[in-house]
Design a protein around this ligand. Structure first.
Ligand code: NAD
Length: 440
């Protein structure tokens, strides 16, 4: 369903009228294309306080392909290294660094603040570093014009190159619908990548629920990044599934993910093992709890959570998930904020968040595998097209970018998690929601 309001505000009369009425002004977002793979302008690298990672950060920023220019008058990206800010007074340097430049940033720009994990031993450092979270989330809400702001925490002792894949993602058109997020990196060293334009070359990825919607888009983006993709969906969706597979040179696997032998059939379809496992299949069966039969509750928990747990466990223990593997599950902002009529769905999606946070560190230690989740907000798909008009419009506008996201926005986040270079990204839940006010 097209967002007519977004088109209307892009016309001169629409802009005039909506400004006069004080209505939201969504800026069209620039997403990745072959012709526009990078942000349109230079990058400003600023520092607040003393930093121990200046050189390492400069090296990571050089891999973004953007020109780093200390005098850039109209930067597309601004990176502020605030890892050394360790007191309330030190926060003045954050203000001093960004206050003079924030207004001059190009539309659709990116601000990335680099922080350190808040310390358990030094409450002054912890206060200052936690302050950056409130700062970035507020900045994301006020900068407008399709720009975004994030906080990336880099721990002491991070491996060389650990932050590169994350900075490349955040400082590119691929993260167009991600804002107000906090990403905590680990010290794990990135796995080597031969070709940054096709980082998944030689890897096999399986995407569940890939016949349509977000899953089909995830499959496309992983194939674009070089992976051989196995697309899985229920046998009823076989026609759409085969169409998706044919388009991508992928393998179609018609299979209900709740089947008791699902993991065994996935393993049989991937004789050389899996490098990327994307749990995207999901259903809703909405009713208020008072009216919800046990069957509707069970269906949602089974597809959205139990099958994710079961197949992940079995594919890990059978060794089907190769070392350096990536598991990406799909949560939802409903799993963070809760939603009327969705006790079952929100429980299942909150469960996915619990799974990711608990299993991530252990999967890395035991199998060299990372486990992360995307938490989409309002994404324009068949699922959201079925939402009643008023709620749909509220979903589209109640975020910092005043519009819904597209399936490709979720897909790009999944592809970032899936990269070999993203070994230091583990146990994270990335909201792809334009900084929705729900659960903020
Ligand atoms: P969709 O309904 O368009 O697609 C879901 C796909 O999963 C369908 O092709 C369906 O056949 C498949 N599927 C369902 N049950 C299955 C099963 N048992 N085995 C195998 N495949 C099965 O949904 P979508 O909007 O593309 O959503 C994809 C994921 O993103 C879901 O997990 C959903 O909960 C989540 N999500 C979506 C939004 C949104 O705004 N669209 C927001 C938050 C989270």
């Amino acid at each position: 369903m097209a967002d007519r309001y977004l088109h209307f505000t892009g016309t001169a009369p629409g802009r005039f009228l909506t400004r006069r009425l004080g209505l939201p002004q969504p800026a069209p977002l620039r997403r990745w294309t072959l012709d526009t793979p990078r942000l349109d302008g230079p990058l400003l690298h600023l520092t607040a306080g003393d930093s121990a990672i200046t050189d390492e950060l400069a090296k990571a920023l050089a891999t973004t392909g953007l020109t780093v220019d200390a005098q850039a008058a109209r930067p597309a990206g601004i990176v502020l290294d605030a890892t050394g800010v360790s007191s309330a007074r030190g926060l003045a340097e954050v203000h001093a660094a960004l206050h003079p430049v924030v207004r001059s940033q190009a539309p659709g720009g990116r601000i990335v603040v680099i922080g350190a994990p808040p310390s358990f031993e030094d409450h002054h450092q912890a206060a200052a570093q936690q302050a950056l979270e409130g700062f970035v989330r507020s900045l994301g809400k006020e900068i407008g014009r399709g720009s975004t702001a994030q906080l990336v925490r880099i721990p002491a002792g991070a491996a060389p190159g650990a932050a590169e894949s994350t900075l490349r993602f955040l400082l590119s058109p691929r993260s167009a619908y991600v804002s107000g997020q906090v990403i905590e990196l680990t010290t794990a060293a990135p796995d080597p990548v031969a070709d940054q334009d096709a980082p998944l070359t030689g890897r096999t990825a399986l995407v569940t629920g890939a016949a349509r919607g977000i899953g089909a888009s995830v499959a496309s983006v992983l194939a674009r990044d070089g992976a051989h993709v196995i697309v899985l969906d229920v046998p009823l969706a076989q026609d759409d599934l085969v169409r998706t597979a044919d388009r991508l040179g992928a393998t179609a696997l018609p299979l209900d993910i709740t089947a008791p032998d699902a993991a065994a059939r996935i393993a049989a379809a991937a004789p050389d093992g899996l490098d990327v496992l994307v749990h995207n299949a999901g259903i809703t069966r909405d009713r208020r709890l008072a009216n919800m039969p046990a069957e509707r509750w069970a269906q949602v928990i089974d597809v959205n959570l139990d099958s994710v747990l079961r197949t992940t466990d079995e594919l890990l223990t059978s060794g089907t998930l190769n070392r350096g593997g990536r598991v990406v599950a799909t949560a939802s902002i409903a799993g963070i904020a809760g939603n009327h009529g969705q006790t079952n769905y929100a429980a299942s999606k909150a469960g996915v968040i619990g799974l990711v946070r608990s299993l991530g560190p252990r999967a890395a230690a035991g199998h060299g595998v990372t486990v992360n989740a995307v938490a989409p907000g309002f994404i324009e798909t068949r699922m959201t097209a079925a939402v009643p008009l008023f709620i749909r419009e509220a979903g589209r506008r109640m975020n910092s970018l005043s519009q819904g996201g597209l399936p490709v926005d979720v897909a790009e986040a999944v592809a970032w998690f899936a990269q070999p270079g993203s070994a230091a990204v583990n146990g994270q839940v990335l909201r792809v929601c334009g900084q929705s006010l729900l659960g903020a």
